[in-house]
Ligand binder design. Structure first.
Ligand code: ATP
Ligand code: MG
Length: 246
């Protein structure tokens, strides 16, 4: 179980104090699929990075399976079963796709068949990719899918995906949502998925809307989706309030 207790993150830019996250408290039970959604700049990625240990909160505690992990770094949290896939994944020159999957799995060697299983889940064919380097020669969508495959290979207890849909074509997206559904159905991991996609939001046990650094709403997909759709249909306030001569 993951628990955030009054987590805050404040940065100082010159004389200005920016409260990026304000007093976030939440609990996520094992085997749940929780979606974080909300407007750009609301604080979702920062929250995910705080859970992974990539960003240190300025207040509050993070408790994982009863242990206070607030002071632990990324490697220790990875060892405790937490993994995070970046919104914009880094590239690793000199490392092949097979190397990346093998490292992620923690095994010394990984058979082509096993690599293929993970790559298929994100709509990639192992024959075409296993020996490719995870460098700038890969397209944005390819590198994103390879990173997601590496999170799957890690087989963590808590998997955090940051906008897995970003830059991914419709066919691979369909394959990926099936994979999320399957992980959820078999209860093999707890998942936090940051997403703006209705299809992914509808899979969630719980949807948490993060806006302006706070939890704005939380509830079931059935409760929250209509509210989100109603909010977004409101349109741009500039255009709807006397913006005719823009
Ligand atoms: N170290 C920092 N210094 C200054 N501002 C920061 C810092 N980290 C995050 N921010 C700001 O905090 C806000 C939240 O950023 P975050 O990346 O968490 O948003 P997000 O909800 O993931 O947005 P998106 O949907 O666009 O991915 C943004 O306005 C961002 O510019
Ligand atoms: Mg983000």
């Amino acid at each position: 179980m993951l628990e955030l207790r009054s987590v805050g993150y404040t940065v100082h830019e010159g004389d200005t104090k920016l409260d990026i996250l304000k007093d976030i408290s939440l609990t996520i039970d094992d085997h749940k699929l929780v979606v974080f959604t909300g407007p750009n700049g609301g604080g979702k990625t920062t929250l995910a990075k705080i859970i992974m240990g990539l960003v240190n909160p300025t207040s509050g505690r993070i408790i994982w399976n009863g242990q206070d992990i607030t002071g632990l770094g990324i490697t220790e949290r990875a060892r405790l079963g937490i993994s995070y896939g970046f919104q914009q994944p880094p590239r690793f020159k000199g490392l092949t796709v097979r190397d990346l999957l093998t490292l992620a799995s923690g095994d010394e060697k990984m058979s082509k068949d096993r690599c293929c299983q993970y790559l298929t889940k994100v709509g990639l064919c192992a024959n075409d990719y296993l020996d490719r380097e995870v460098d700038v020669s890969l397209s944005g969508g390819e590198v994103k899918r390879i990173e997601i495959a590496s999170i799957l290979a890690r087989n963590s207890q808590l998997m955090i995906f940051d906008e897995p849909e970003a830059g991914i074509d419709l066919w691979s997206f369909a394959r990926l949502t099936e994979t999320f559904e399957q992980i959820h159905r078999t209860g093999s991991a707890t998942m936090i998925i940051i997403s703006h996609q209705e299809r992914i939001i509808s899979l969630a046990d719980e949807v948490i809307v993060v806006g302006d650094g706070s939890i704005r709403h939380r509830g079931s997909a059935a409760d929250i989706l209509p509210q989100i759709l109603a909010d977004t249909l409101g349109g741009c306030p500039v255009l709807t309030k006397g913006g005719a001569d823009l």
